[in-house]
Ligand binder design. Structure first.
Ligand SMILES: Cc1ncc(COP(=O)(O)O)c(C=O)c1O
Length: 413
């Protein structure tokens, strides 16, 4: 694995174009958008802004893209600061923040596809993204093919003359499979197809899809970018042209990021690198412990040599992330289910809650959480087995986490 590349500040910044490490970018990129003397910019708690004195200036403002001082559905100064940071982290020309990850995904996808188009995507995807494709886009005559994300040839075989988008997510939930970003970008470019990657699980600290040629990078900023489980937000990172198209869709769908959540996101971003690096270390230590434990049948973590795509992970990720899943051993499905429930109940440091990417360790048992939502066959196709647990590893002390799981596992009958 290589260290994250230094990235020069050039994007509309007054600063000299010197190469700065992401640690520094997180603190200083976008400073030019803090238009006050306050070191910590204020929360722009206003829905509207006074017009410039010249009517023609107001008219220019009213038709400008993502303006900071017009109307808060169109933008605000804190969003500009966050967007400058995210673009530099993701190595894209620019970025857009939205009210949630789904707000970002919906704005990006709807800005690209039109009636009659076809999308190729992977079968393992965030559940609400599948709902967007199945329940919303189907109403507008957009068809979608789902393929095995580990098989680049399957993406190629699924392409049709009307395919306009390849949509991927890597690593994906809950089986932690990877998609080969460079291969997908190469394939798409050779066929004139656009690409999008949901980079939520990895975060830009561990993976920068634009470096491999992916056109648009999407985030649930609710997760690692915010990092404290206290906001919902999303992001679209890409070229000026594609991000402008997403912004034009976002102001129609109304998924604009509110001032307070934007301020919290800026605050959370300051420590992104430190938080993610600690989660990476904790996850690797915990994965190695769990893999060696007799009551665990399997650990799915890209940082383990046993992961079938470990080589790809080492090539396209600069850290393996804080997300993992593992299966409890047991002679029958019922015993595996009970063992998983015991671990969830007995861990003291892992909170049983959805979401991920916060400073605290979270655990979920997908088979029980989704028991009313998905049929047994659907759960099977999604890789949700009876004994599977998903972990978002936080930034607690690794030794404490390992001891906690050790005592929880010891309580399985
Ligand atoms: C991979 C991934 N993408 C997108 C989303 C949607 O994000 P949000 O809940 O912020 O809309 C989530 C939420 O869990 C997610 O895990």
């Amino acid at each position: 694995m290589t260290q994250p590349e230094l990235h020069p500040i050039t994007n509309g910044s007054e600063a000299a174009p010197t190469a700065l490490h992401p640690d520094t970018l997180l603190i200083h990129a976008g400073d030019e958008h803090n238009l006050t003397a306050a070191v910590v910019p204020p929360i722009w708690q206003t829905s509207t802004y006074k017009a410039p004195s010249l009517p023609e200036d107001f008219s220019t403002l009213a038709s400008s893209v993502n303006p900071a001082h017009f109307y808060s559905r169109h933008g605000n100064p804190t969003n500009d600061q966050v967007q400058a940071i995210l673009a530099r982290l993701e190595h894209t020309e620019t970025s857009l923040v939205t009210a949630s990850g789904m707000g970002a995904i919906t704005a990006a996808v709807l800005s690209v596809v039109k009636s009659g188009d076809h999308i190729v995507t992977q079968s393992s995807l965030y559940a609400a993204t599948v709902l967007l494709f199945r329940n919303l886009l189907s109403k507008f005559d957009v068809s979608v093919s789902y393929v095995d994300q580990t098989d680049v040839a399957a993406f190629e075989a699924a392409l049709q003359p009307n395919t306009t988008l390849i949509y991927v997510e890597t690593p994906s939930n809950p089986s932690m499979k990877l998609t080969d970003l460079a291969a997908i970008a190469r394939l798409a470019k050779s066929r004139g197809v656009m690409t999008m990657c949901d980079n939520t699980f990895a975060s830009p600290v561990n993976q920068r899809p634009a470096d491999f040629g992916i056109d648009l990078v999407l985030h649930s900023a609710t997760k690692y970018l915010g990092g404290h489980s206290d906001l919902t937000a999303g992001a679209v990172c890409g070229s000026e042209k594609t991000v402008e198209a997403a912004w034009r869709t976002m102001i129609i769908t109304g998924a604009s990021l509110a001032s307070f959540d934007s301020w919290l996101l800026l605050r959370g971003l300051r420590t992104l690198n430190m938080r993610v690096e600690k989660s990476n270390q904790n996850a690797l230590a915990l994965a190695a412990f769990l893999e060696s434990h007799p009551k665990i049948a399997h650990v799915f973590y890209p940082g383990l040599a046993s992961h079938p795509q470990h080589t790809l992970a080492a090539a396209q990720m600069t850290g393996f992330g804080g997300m993992m899943s593992f299966e409890l051993a047991g002679a029958t499905e019922a015993l595996q289910f009970d063992a998983a429930q015991t671990v969830v109940r007995e861990t003291k440091l892992a909170t049983n809650a959805v979401s991920l990417g916060g400073v605290e360790t979270l655990i979920v048992h997908p088979a029980s959480m989704w028991s009313l939502h998905y049929s047994a066959a659907e759960k099977k196709s999604m890789g949700i087995s009876a004994g599977l647990l998903r972990l978002s590893v936080g930034i607690e002390h690794a030794g404490d986490l390992i001891r906690d799981f050790e005592q929880a596992l010891a309580q399985i009958k």
